[in-house]
Design a protein around this ligand. Structure first.
Ligand code: TXA
Ligand code: MG
Length: 332
């Protein structure tokens, strides 16, 4: 496979996974990791996730495999789960942003597994977007952001999940969720009572505070227009947003609204992106990042979003939305 050769010789390949598209390079090659940071315009203290296709690759990358990790891997690998281990000496500090831990995940995607096996090395891959932009859920999003900065883009169509993997730190006595995703707090609780959610998942950091997942300190997933989340009863939310639409569009601005099938007809003056039925969180998650990118293309000047607390995926959806909004939430 040509793409495998490109990785092995130090090049970059963008590839689909079940979560979002990744921008891959040889995880054991410091120069490949530096290339990834440069292509994304990503700060080099924000570590990369190392992707493997087979369990045999893991012992080489980590200093130890805690029993807690074994349980999680048995249950959820391959799948949308990244685990943080103490790293081995084989993994260069460039890949881990200078940390002595390493993030590892085994994606549940045929093309990703084929690429990893063909290259013969573990693949470091952040989401394949320009730093700060919404993660790519289609090959065309990768093209928009990274065209000319990546050797090959493997087109696997639309990804399945649409939000990045759940990250769990397994280096302590209890698992700690550093980034919520498809695998929810409640799902991990069934295995480990003591699991908790790092507070950087739900709150903005205070000045000078350092999150455990360095990526959580950067503004993320951000559309070009300002985004405000409006929370409250359905009638109050649409009343508030419609007033904003009226006011802002009288000055000639276009106003975007992230809404659901239930409310798609409630904002006649706005540019609405319907993300699916409210109860169907998988569809909402699947459509979120693409909707944020579409607003960029349509050059709206402000976006309002309904809020999405709910079942299994609600926490992950709200985490991404809150970050995209810079934690700007209004209760009505
Ligand atoms: O679903 C995913 O995880 C996608 C696909 C491509 O696999 N990848 C992804 O990578 O989302 P990225 O680079 O966009 O996000 C990686 C996150 C960052 O927040 C980073 O700080 C955190 O993982 N991370 C990586 N290594 C870490 C470590 N050793 N300790 C704590 N956090 C780490
Ligand atoms: Mg990312």
């Amino acid at each position: 496979m040509e793409a495998g050769r490109v990785i092995r010789s130090g090049g970059l390949v963008a590839f689909p996974t079940e979560t979002v598209y990744g921008l891959g390079g040889n995880a054991l090659d410091a120069r490949a990791s530096e290339k990834i940071y440069a292509a994304k315009g990503r700060p080099s203290d924000n570590p990369l996730i190392v992707h493997i296709a087979d369990l045999e690759e893991l012992p080489d990358l980590v200093a130890e495999i805690p029993p807690m990790a074994e349980t999680l891997m048995n249950q959820y690998w391959p799948g949308p789960l990244t685990l943080i281990f103490k790293k081995s000496l084989k993994v260069p500090p460039e890949t881990t942003g200078g940390l002595d831990t390493v993030a590892v995940r085994m994606p549940d995607h045929e093309a990703a597994a084929m690429l990893i096996r063909a290259s013969g090395v573990p693949i470091a891959a952040p989401s394949a977007n320009t730093s700060g932009r919404p993660s790519p859920t289609r090959a065309k999003h990768v093209q928009e952001d990274l065209s000319g900065r990546v050797d090959i883009i493997l087109d696997g169509g639309e990804v399945g999940i649409g939000l990045e993997s759940t990250i769990i730190d397994v280096t302590g006595s209890d698992p700690v969720i550093l980034r919520p995703g498809y695998i929810s707090l409640d799902m991990v609780k069934e295995l480990f009572e003591g699991v908790r959610m790092d507070k950087a998942c739900t709150e903005p950091l205070k000045e000078g505070e350092r999150p455990k997942a360095p990526g959580m300190k950067y503004r993320h997933y951000a559309p070009k227009a300002g985004l405000t989340i409006v929370e409250g009863g359905r009638a109050e939310v649409s009343f508030y947003i419609n007033n904003r639409i009226k006011e802002e569009s009288s000055g000639g601005n276009k106003v975007g609204v992230l809404c659901t099938e239930e409310t798609a007809g409630c904002y006649p003056g706005g540019i609405c992106k319907c993300m699916g039925r409210r109860a169907d969180e998988e569809t909402v998650a699947h459509n979120l990042f693409a909707a944020l990118r579409e607003f960029d293309e349509e050059e709206v000047s402000q976006i309002y979003s309904e809020s999405f607390y709910g079942g299994q995926l609600g926490q992950a959806i709200m985490n991404r939305l809150m970050k995209a909004a810079g934690y700007h939430l209004i209760q009505v």
